[in-house]
Design a protein around this ligand. Structure first.
Ligand SMILES: [Zn+2]
Length: 211
């Protein structure tokens, strides 16, 4: 498998970009990794990069986008933050990926058993432990938790059903934030130049489920 070029990137539609990732995850779960010479790809991409997708995923060590979508060098922009949410800098990275560098697809990829989301549910226990920055991060999930938690429901990472509901809503929320907070990405999507999609990676099976 060869690295993408300016010519191949130009012919890829948003739908085809999505197919590439679906096919890549199929190869991953079937242990049929594409034959790719990474050193040759270093050489092929020395003058530039033409990635077809931007993937926002969690920092979780089990969710490396290049691995689970079986992609090589120069194929995808990989943005990672604990809990796969967006902020202004991440939106800036996505705008670069799509509007400057020509990617056709934005994927927000959540995953099961996310530690950041568990932290969000157990935030009260982390407070006062001196990790102000971590607290800042996990407080991001509070408005979503407040919205989805049911009357009398236990707010705890031990509540597995709530954790997975939070995961699904967190991905949807990130997609809404992209459209609300980036007029550029919203316009590209309206013009059909990009697609913005959500997905969920199952850490027990390696399967990416598309939302
Ligand atoms: Zn995570």
């Amino acid at each position: 498998m060869k690295a993408h070029t300016h010519e191949t990137q130009a012919t890829i539609t948003p739908e085809r970009a999505l197919e590439f990732l679906k096919e890549g995850n199929q190869r991953f779960v079937n242990n049929l990794k594409a034959n790719r010479d990474l050193l040759e790809q270093v050489n092929a991409t020395r003058e530039g990069q033409w990635p077809f997708a931007v993937v926002l995923s969690c920092i979780d060590s089990r969710t490396s986008a290049e691995l689970i979508f079986d992609q090589g060098l120069g194929d995808i922009f990989s943005i990672r933050i604990a809990g796969n949410f967006v902020n202004q800098d991440i939106l800036g990275s996505m705008e670069f990926g799509c509007n400057v560098a020509g990617s056709k697809l934005v994927v927000v990829l959540g995953h099961t058993k996310c530690g950041a989301l568990k932290g969000g549910l157990d935030a009260a226990q982390i407070e006062g432990m001196g990790m102000d920055n971590l607290n800042h991060l996990i407080n991001h999930f509070d408005p979503i938790i407040d919205k989805i938690i049911e009357n009398g429901e236990e707010r705890s990472s031990a509540n597995a059903e709530l954790l997975e509901r939070l995961n699904q809503h967190n991905v949807k929320n990130a997609i809404e934030d992209i459209r609300k907070q980036s007029s550029t990405l919203k316009r590209l999507e309206a013009e059909g130049k990009i697609k913005i999609v959500g997905a969920n990676y199952d850490v027990e099976t390696g399967v990416v489920n598309w939302l």
